[in-house]
Design a protein around this ligand. Structure first.
Ligand SMILES: [Cu+2]
Length: 377
């Protein structure tokens, strides 16, 4: 899947063509194994169109692939279902995908800790860049570049003022770096040509700096060409808690908004939060009524200029970058550009299922949507 798939005599269709109706049928064969509409039973694709999240599960394992190359003329009909057209099989089971967005939610990696002579806490992590395939949608293998074999990479957690050491080894086939957002010396910036710069395949380097300022940050590869080096999967959350702490959340989680460019073009064919399109439609985020939910929300989306987060049936407090202890906004929708992040805090007053998704409909229809499932307290 690396590079542009070939479809005899056809121009490689774009994501936008996929979403716009009849053109979807030129698209599908190009993504090997990616099942389009089942021409025999288009009704079953209403699932994500109506946002029930259920109907999509009714067809599995490419059983609808027979229709992939069939010419269709019923463009209007197709357009009604185009959004979720590719997901005849719903989301990929996490063990098959190699990505488990639910596990990522609460997986804060505090590193290996020890105490320095000056009494400060030293946190150390080992991070290895590895090339690894992930099945991000039924039958769609994405040749990822990853930190520690996961997309997104581990969420690193530190306390403000800690000394940090990140032992980086590049076991991939391309040069990579780790560029951390935060305040540090130039030679620790993970930028090619400065300090250790690019870390060649087989080489290692230790990034060393202090945890400041507090907030919700991120790290990512900074090798050129930058967009693919990020979008192939080399990114993760980097959370620095304030020394004085925050109000204790009952349910604290990380959501990394990303996308996948599977055809080598200039846009994404899939979108997700925590790495797997539609995952949280099939596995809703579990929360309890009235508990304080804190979401570290991070946007690493490449190829599209902006991403957004919207929640149904509720409003939230938003702390941009998490660098202040008072929220700047009380809203139900926020937008983030590349590298932007912040803290979302909310309580659900009523039990039930509530959608969350990119308010950009196109992104939602291509995977960036899910549910909170609120159980009575
Ligand atoms: Cu890289």
């Amino acid at each position: 899947m690396d590079g542009t798939p070939k479809t005899e005599g056809k121009t490689m269709p774009t994501r936008r063509a996929m979403l716009s109706g009849a053109a979807a049928f030129a698209t599908v064969p190009a993504l090997a194994g990616w099942a389009p509409l089942d021409s025999k039973d288009p009704g079953q694709h209403a699932g994500h169109g109506t946002m029930s999240g259920q109907a999509a599960k009714t067809s599995t394992d490419g059983s609808s692939a027979a229709g992939a190359g069939s010419p269709r003329t019923d463009a209007g009909h197709v357009a009604n279902h185009a959004g979720h057209a590719g997901f005849a099989g719903g989301s990929v089971p996490p063990d098959r995908a190699g990505i488990d967005p639910t596990a990522v939610l609460h997986d804060f990696d505090r590193g290996k800790t020890s105490t320095l002579p000056d009494g400060r806490t030293l946190r150390e992590w080992d991070i290895v860049a590895v090339d690894k395939d992930f099945e991000i949608a039924p039958g769609v293998t994405f040749p990822g570049w990853s930190y520690n074999g996961r997309i997104p990479g581990p969420t690193l957690w530190a306390q403000e003022g800690d000394a940090l050491r990140i032992h980086f080894t590049n076991a991939g086939a391309h040069p990579h770096t780790i560029h951390f957002h935060g305040i540090h010396r130039a030679e620790m910036d993970g930028t090619p040509g400065i300090g250790a710069g690019s870390i060649a395949p087989g080489q290692s380097f230790t990034y060393e700096f202090d945890a400041t300022p507090f907030g919700t940050h991120l790290y990512h590869c900074h090798q050129s060409p930058l967009a693919p080096h990020i979008a192939k999967g080399l990114y993760g959350g980097f959370i620095i808690e304030p020394k004085e702490g925050r109000l204790k959340a009952d349910n604290e989680m990380v959501m990394v908004m990303n996308g996948y460019n599977t055809d080598g073009g200039d846009d994404n064919e899939f979108y997700s939060v925590n790495g797997l399109p539609f995952h949280f439609m099939d596995f809703p985020v579990q929360v309890k009524q009235n508990e304080l939910v804190r979401i570290h929300l991070i946007n690493v989306l490449e190829y599209d200029p902006i991403n957004s987060f919207h929640v149904h049936g509720n409003f939230f407090h938003y702390y941009p970058t998490g660098t202040l202890l008072t929220p700047s906004e009380f809203t139900d929708t926020i937008s983030q550009v590349q590298g932007q992040r912040g803290i979302v805090e909310l309580r659900f007053p009523y039990p039930g299922k509530y959608m969350f998704h990119a308010h950009k409909t196109e992104f939602a229809e291509l995977g960036w949507m899910g549910f909170f499932e609120v159980s009575p307290s």
